[in-house]
Design a protein around this ligand. Sequence first.
Ligand code: M6R
Length: 363
Amino acid sequence: DKAGHRHFMAKEIAEQPSRLTAALEHYLSEDGSIRLPAPGIDFAGVDRISMVACGTASYACHVAKYWFEQIAGLPVDLDVASEFRYREPPIPARTLALFVSQSGETADTLAALRYCRDKAERILSVVNVAESSIARESDLALPILAGPEIGVASTKAFSCQLLVLGLLALEAGRQRGRLDEATVRARIDDLRAVPGLVNHALSLTEDAGRIAAKLAEARDILFLGRGRMFPLALEGALKLKEISYIHAEAYASGELKHGPIALVDKTVPVIVMAPHDELFDKTVSNMQEVMARGGRVLLVTDRAGSQSAAQGVWETLVLPDVAPVWAPILYAVPAQLLAYHTAIAKGTDVDQPRNLAKSVTVE
Ligand code: M6R
């Protein structure tokens, strides 16, 4: 049931405010503290986290790597499951192995989990399907409560994965004494604001549609982001290529000069994901390098960002202000909307793109 939407993907994008709110309610107790199912997680008893996933779920892990390292001081290794499982990576003692999967049935992720079984301190999973193989074989499985996701392109699962991983990073920071209670509360308050901001961001659908009509003419599109926005660039590129079949690539902004700038000319739109945060000026200087070579920049930013750097850009999408740490959840929305409307403009099969399956249960 598409609930009046043209595609499941549109419905699932629109559901994000309510699904995020449901997940927040599930994981926050009445007094506002973080509530994990028994037996909980002892973050003080681990020295590092090893995260493994595929596709969009791996990009959620990539964002979470920034969070765990910055908020909780916990080193994170991150790998895609198909590489991890065959590499025979040593798993040091006191490693928390963390697997993220919407379906909970992805073959490579499940095999990676089994590889860690007798090696890791604990096996934790973050899944959408609570009765899945990955959930069953974990010491603790945390549901993301996104509800059934039908569209092949993952949308609400990504934002809900981010939300749960964000709460875990806060809890890790608290347990490891890196955050005092007041700071944890303040971050949680910021997080509580996110579903409403996501709701605002949905109103960008018209702008995204207008811009997408132009993106649909491109053969190649570049996405750039820095810091926690780099994984969002990766996610934006994946979403776009999956459903519009346009070749899209993502780079960390700082890597531009190390190769990809050679691709830039006026035919290549460059989508820059950059809230006005501590890294904004650095990203803007990369953006200016693109413009100096005739590149057409779509800047996805907030009000302050658009005021300080809109000059010379091709298009801007302006999002509401959000606490910088949680910006990746909000910036998922324009990434999804741009992909969706570009696919519409190209007339591709949005919910069931060619060659792809919703759940990859063979390797
Ligand atoms: O069910 P999973 O989260 O394990 O699936 C992982 C990937 O196959 C999945 O995220 C895929 O990349 C999506 N089609 C992306 O939109």
